[in-house]
Design a protein around this ligand. Structure first.
Ligand SMILES: Cc1cc2nc3c(=O)[nH]c(=O)nc-3n(C[C@H](O)[C@H](O)[C@H](O)COP(=O)(O)OP(=O)(O)OC[C@H]3O[C@@H](n4cnc5c(N)ncnc54)[C@H](O)[C@@H]3O)c2cc1C
Ligand code: SF4
Ligand code: SF4
Ligand code: SF4
Length: 412
């Protein structure tokens, strides 16, 4: 007889789970709840008294069931930006997400993405007006709570209303698995090129240490100094403001050093190709000089026929301007397009253990950041001799991604 471990998502270890809530949304017995782990990531909990071992959660878990056979045609790649300067400057890269959202809303559809919720906890929300798209705009570099949104999207799509769903690739894969075939054509899936998500608990402690309960606005991607020199900008209710380059901010430093990321992000199965979304969006880091612009430049990968059609519509309507580019050009500045691997610092374990025990974030940062700098310097020194090997490894990885993409002609 099959055990609970074989038939449920209990077989997904904490190391692999992405917190996408695909299982929670799928369970017909309401036997799964989602809770924040001591490290600060969403994790499913099964109520064994309710579970009948039907196996549905396994079928809808992207870690176990995501089909890499989908979306295997080579993407059309563009450098792109919104023609609305206000939108462009207020967005993380070129503002393409907002322009996609604008056309969906103009057609009477709804847009789903990540907004700040109560207590500065991001959550996926469904919006139906252009005014509310502002809530979704901008990257929040912490996990977004999905709640029951996947179920709501399925119901909306089944009613024939168009949905634009945007999220990290693991969330988009969960959304794709949740959609029955007859509802799939009503949904445009947009996945982001995704570095990783850092711990929500680390962010909460950092926020309280810096601003107490006084925070009024917070942006991870403020463009005041320009797109390539983006920074954190926060304001408090008492009128104080805090602006700092991302790499100088104490949360930004730990994120960039990969110190407190979700474990599945160090070996992410949703990066590289084929992608989960009809469209992939990211920053066009390493954009060719003639298109570089401090107002922000997005990279678009149009992965499916539906994605290509949507991008063509946006260009025709004048919402975005595009320049045709190439996958290898886009991937040169954005390693996440070709690999889900990321070295895990040896200090992560002790940092996370202490964070989970409640040691304040600022104290941990003071203690471990200097050691982190030392180990990074050592790693750099050791890799100096291996730079050629690294270059060869990158081209090998790029070839592996391209070999998974077949010539066009198959429907999605
Ligand atoms: C956690 C994270 C890591 C990223 N890492 C990279 C990277 O390594 N390289 C790269 O090129 N681009 C990365 N991006 C994408 C990049 O930051 C921009 O989101 C992207 O370029 C689109 O920008 P935009 O100007 O079109 O729109 P924006 O308005 O900036 O995009 C906002 C969209 O991002 C979604 N979003 C915001 N925060 C979250 C979240 N926490 N979880 C899920 N969805 C969210 C919103 O729902 C909205 O749909 C990352 C984004 C996130 C959220
Ligand atoms: S096996 Fe079925 S009942 Fe049990 S948790 Fe999974 S989906 Fe729910
Ligand atoms: S569906 Fe998502 S949240 Fe559930 S076990 Fe799988 S990865 Fe984790
Ligand atoms: S790196 Fe991978 S596992 Fe982590 S949030 Fe992004 S898509 Fe999900």
């Amino acid at each position: 007889m099959a055990s609970a471990r074989d038939t449920t998502i209990e077989q997904v270890s904490d190391d692999r789970c992405t917190g996408c809530a695909g299982c929670y949304n799928a369970c017909p017995q309401d036997a799964i709840s989602m809770a924040l782990s001591p490290e600060g990531f969403y994790r499913p909990l099964i109520d064994q008294d309710r579970c009948n071992q039907c196996g549905v959660c396994v079928a809808k878990c992207p870690v176990l069931s995501w089909q890499v056979e989908a979306n295997t045609t080579p993407p059309d790649v563009y450098a792109a930006w919104s023609t609305d300067d206000e939108v462009r400057k207020a967005s993380s890269s070129g503002g393409v997400f907002s322009e996609l959202a604008r056309t969906t809303i103009a057609k009477g559809g709804v847009v789903v993405g990540c907004a700040w919720g109560d207590g500065w906890v991001p959550e996926h929300a469904i919006v139906a007006s252009w005014e509310d798209v502002v809530r979704l705009r901008g990257s929040k570099y912490i996990p977004s709570r999905i709640g029951g949104v996947l179920r709501d999207v399925v119901a909306t799509a089944q009613s024939g209303r168009e949905v634009l769903f945007c999220g990290t690739p693991c969330q988009v894969a969960a959304m794709a698995l949740a959609l029955p075939d007859e509802a799939r054509d009503s949904v445009i899936l947009v996945d982001l090129i995704c570095n990783s998500v850092p711990s929500l608990r680390a962010f909460e402690q950092y926020r309280l240490a810096l601003f107490g309960d006084d925070l009024d606005s917070y942006s991870f991607r403020d463009q005041t100094l320009g797109w390539t020199r983006f920074g954190v900008r926060a304001t408090t209710r008492t009128g104080e403001s805090y602006t700092i380059q991302f790499g100088q901010d104490s949360f930004g430093k730990g994120f960039l050093a990969a110190l407190f990321l979700m474990t599945s992000c160090y070996d992410c199965q949703f990066q590289g190709g084929p992608r989960a979304g009809d469209i992939t969006l990211g920053d066009f880091w390493g954009v060719p000089a003639q298109w570089s612009d401090e107002r922000g430049v997005s990279v678009i990968l149009a992965n499916t026929a539906a994605g290509r059609q949507r991008v063509a519509e946006l260009v025709e309507s004048g919402g975005i301007e595009v320049q045709r580019s190439d996958f290898s050009v886009a991937a040169r500045g954005n390693r996440r397009l070709i690999s889900g691997q990321k070295p895990k610092p040896a200090l992560r374990a002790v940092f996370m253990r202490k964070l989970a025990q409640g040691v304040p974030f600022d104290r941990l940062a003071r203690r471990y950041y200097p050691m982190l700098r030392l180990s990074l310097a050592l790693r750099l020194l050791l890799s100096q001799g291996g730079r050629r090997t690294l270059g060869a490894k990158l081209s090998q990885e790029m070839r592996a991604v391209l070999s998974k993409l077949r010539p066009r002609g198959r429907p999605r």
